[in-house]
Design a protein around this ligand. Structure first.
Ligand SMILES: Nc1ncnc2c1ncn2[C@@H]1O[C@H](COP(=O)(O)OP(=O)(O)OP(=O)(O)O)[C@@H](O)[C@H]1O
Ligand SMILES: [Mg+2]
Length: 257
């Protein structure tokens, strides 16, 4: 499917009356853009993502390309937007990994041959070749996360919305996922607490804090603004100290924090 833009206008949402979780969130994400959203725990990131394919529905409007997200458009919207949940166990429910990855393409009515090819490619991209017949609950958490990503990759949606894709992956897998994300010809909305992978794979980034967009800009510019990051609950001074110790003082045998 061709990449499509995501336009969010004045999105407001509360789980409990009087306790807003999203406050007037507006974002304009371009087709094929890799867009990161960072923010402290509880900022409303996952809540925002769940609006993109209509699992939650708040005030304001969301468009995927020209299609408004509404109760009447849920079927086309869910074909366009592939959502990868924070917890892979919310995504994997079939007896084997290959059944889970085949589930979406089969539902789209693809031929068995095409489905086999999609499953093979998605599993290879996620380094899961050989685990086709495994039961998802027998995989490690990192493997289950990759399997959950594979279920969405196999559907080749116009927009992929990833919730914390980098957590519980080993460094080599994070690097592989960053490269995969950069190469995808689809729009990506990536929510993460991991600033380095976001800098490595995103064209732009937003900071979400207490349900509000605090800033939008290039990931490097935002992450390099220590005061902005700190004000929004994202203190990177520990990382900065470690990085300086590791990469800029190679002669020193002590990491200065
Ligand atoms: N189903 C729910 N019912 C009531 N409150 C909820 C529900 N889900 C989330 N919340 C609350 O909404 C707020 C935002 O939660 P959300 O999961 O969107 O945050 P987040 O930014 O994704 O955090 P994290 O980085 O920890 O995943 C939190 O205060 C949370 O307790
Ligand atoms: Mg979350």
């Amino acid at each position: 499917m061709r990449a499509e833009g995501v336009r969010i206008q004045n999105l407001c949402f509360s789980y409990t009356p009087g306790k807003p979780v999203l406050r007037e969130v507006s974002l304009d994400i371009q087709p094929n853009e890799k867009f990161g959203i960072i923010g402290p725990s509880g900022a409303g990131k996952s809540t925002l993502l769940l609006h993109l394919n209509g699992i939650l529905s708040g005030g304001g409007t969301i468009h995927i390309g020209e299609t408004p997200v509404s109760p009447e458009t849920l079927a086309p919207v869910r074909e366009k937007v592939g959502l990868v949940f924070q917890n892979p166990d919310d995504q994997l429910f079939n007896p084997t990994v290959e059944d889970d990855v085949a589930f979406g393409p089969l539902n789209f009515g693809l031929s068995p041959e095409k489905v086999r090819e999609r499953v093979k490619t998605a599993l290879a991209d996620m380094n899961l070749t050989g685990l086709e017949k495994s039961a998802p609950h027998h995989l490690s958490l990192g493997e289950r996360k990759r399997a959950a990503l594979a279920t969405v990759l196999a559907m080749r949606p116009a927009v992929i919305a990833f919730d914390e894709p980098f957590s519980n992956l080993d460094p080599a897998m994070v690097a592989q996922l960053v490269n995969l994300i950069k190469a995808l010809e689809t729009t990506l909305v990536v929510i993460s607490q991991s600033i380095f992978p976001l800098i490595a794979c995103c064209d732009r980034m937003a900071i979400l804090n207490e349900g509000r967009i605090a800033a939008v800009g290039s990931p490097k510019a935002l992450a390099g603004n220590a005061e902005l990051m700190r004000e929004n609950g994202l203190d990177l001074s520990l990382y900065r100290g470690v990085c300086e110790g590791l990469f800029f003082k190679m002669g020193s045998d002590q990491v200065k924090l």
